[in-house]
Design a protein around this ligand. Structure first.
Ligand code: NAD
Length: 433
């Protein structure tokens, strides 16, 4: 596979910038993150040893507002990956029109090997190292792969300890009972559903009965599955890091599969009839065990990478049978795969649009914290839907105007917004609610 995620991101930027004759200064700002922070995080492990982990925070751009983006705990995390993810956040927040910039961070660690206590000590120490560069109007972390509401709460507590004041808006994705927003947990998956349904409507396609295969059954994948299933699409395959299930006739009850995964710690073998899930149902359901890679090449209408980046490559792109790729993971498609999809007439709904529901509701959480408000879940999700539909409309218009892919159109639309703010000398953060 050619190039790192960050190199690919920069190439995507260059292509889109070509359509806009972007000012060299703005172009340079986009190519170079404002700040990269590399920290060491020593932790006393349960057995008394001290282990030192490497942590990162990249603040890519704050042209539109404070840096915003998740923290990822994963063995593959490295500075290049975080730079690409931070850049994509800048494009995403611009595209969906929330007054934030782009940032991202993480620690190179396999959190599954840590106890709860070790994870908490790691997070609190990481917060101490990041404290000088984060804050409610400076840089606001959020959950990403293998981090969740509890991790955000630890960061908030540790930050409060350091600055001597509780600042709930220093992170988003907090537990709802502690200042998190209703609807944040579901937002990315539900936003993905809004994105694909809006595009299908633009294309004049009826989604009812369309088949869907999803790689990744975490926070994002599971809410997407539930939402698309409720909208009348047929979820036929799901996978997580340990494998997957394929039921050509459709998975009847996503919540039963969720409960099974919760109980057994893996999705493989979760063949459910009613609430009874076991391997003996496999034959009755005409089911098949599939690997996490195989879920992407099944004969379905829509595939959804909802786990990690670089899973659609020049190797498997020729084997993809779906007509649509809904990118809920960040950066799941390599440049080579993108080219193959374009030649094969496969439509890719790009990550910076498809998975933006999360950052939209993160903005709502931050806004509620800053203004001492609490919104109902229905209200939050209805507002998020409006933002997503407006972004889809914008991308659709740009794709037709410039005769480019949806990905390129999304970049062009994002860059146009950045340019507008960049040209404004006062550069005041905008209020868009
Ligand atoms: P998560 O940790 O809740 O879930 C990740 C899922 O991917 C798990 O089911 C895990 O088992 C699975 N997985 C990991 N490695 C895999 C592999 N090699 N093959 C198949 N499955 C694998 O994370 P999440 O929050 O659901 O995030 C998933 C993706 O969505 C990430 O790329 C993340 O950056 C992106 N994203 C998340 C949000 C959000 O709000 N959580 C927002 C935007 C984008």
């Amino acid at each position: 596979m050619a190039g790192t995620a960050w190199e690919r991101a920069k190439n995507q930027l260059k292509k889109a910038a070509g359509h806009l004759e972007l000012e060299p200064l703005l172009f340079a700002e986009m190519l170079h993150p404002d700040r990269t922070v590399n920290v060491s995080v020593p932790v006393v492990m349960d057995d008394g040893r001290v282990e030192v982990f490497e942590g990162y925070r990249v603040q890519h751009s704050n042209i539109l507002g404070p840096y915003k983006g998740g923290l990822r705990y994963h063995p593959r995390v490295n500075m290049g990956e975080v730079e690409a993810l931070a850049f994509w956040m800048t494009m995403k927040t611009a595209l969906v029109d929330v007054p934030f910039g782009g940032g991202k961070g993480g620690i190179t660690v396999d959190p599954k090997q840590l106890s709860e206590g070790e994870l908490e000590r790691l997070t609190r120490e990481f917060t101490r190292k990041l404290a000088p560069v984060i804050g409610p109007t400076l840089d606001i972390p959020a959950p990403d792969v293998n981090t969740n509401a509890n991790v955000m709460q630890w960061i908030r507590e540790e930050y409060a300890h350091i600055v001597g004041k509780d600042e709930p808006a220093v992170v988003t994705g907090k537990p709802v009972e502690r200042g998190g927003s209703e609807g944040r947990t579901e937002a990315t998956g539900l936003g993905g559903s809004v994105a694909v349904l809006s595009f299908l409507a633009h294309l004049g396609k009826n989604p009812a009965g369309m088949t869907v295969s999803i790689q990744g059954f975490g926070n994002v994948g599971r809410y997407l599955a539930e939402s698309l299933s409720a909208a009348g699409l047929k979820i036929v395959a799901l996978s997580d890091s340990k494998g997957g299930i394929y039921i050509p006739g459709g998975i009847e009850d996503i919540s039963a599969v969720e409960a099974c995964k919760e109980r057994s710690g893996k999705l493989a073998g979760c063949y459910c009839i009613g609430s009874v899930c076991d391997i003996y149902n496999k034959k009755k359901l005409d089911g098949q065990d599939v690997s996490s890679d195989e879920v992407l090449t099944l004969p379905v209408d829509i595939i959804v990478p909802a786990a990690l980046e670089d899973v659609l490559t020049e190797k498997n792109a020729p084997l993809i049978q779906a007509k649509y790729v809904l990118e809920l993971a960040n950066g799941p498609t390599t440049a080579e795969a993108d080219t193959i999809f374009a030649h094969r007439g496969i439509t890719v709904i790009p990550d910076i649009l498809a998975n933006a529901g999360g950052v939209v509701v993160s903005y709502f959480e931050w806004y509620q914290n800053m203004h001492g408000e609490r919104w109902e879940k229905a209200d939050v999700l209805a507002k998020m839907k409006k933002y997503m539909e407006a972004a889809v409309e914008n991308v659709w218009t740009h794709a037709r105007k410039h005769n480019v892919s949806l990905r390129e159109a999304a970049y062009i639309a994002g860059l146009e917004r950045l340019r507008k703010s960049f040209q404004n000398p006062s550069r005041s953060p905008r209020r868009v609610l």
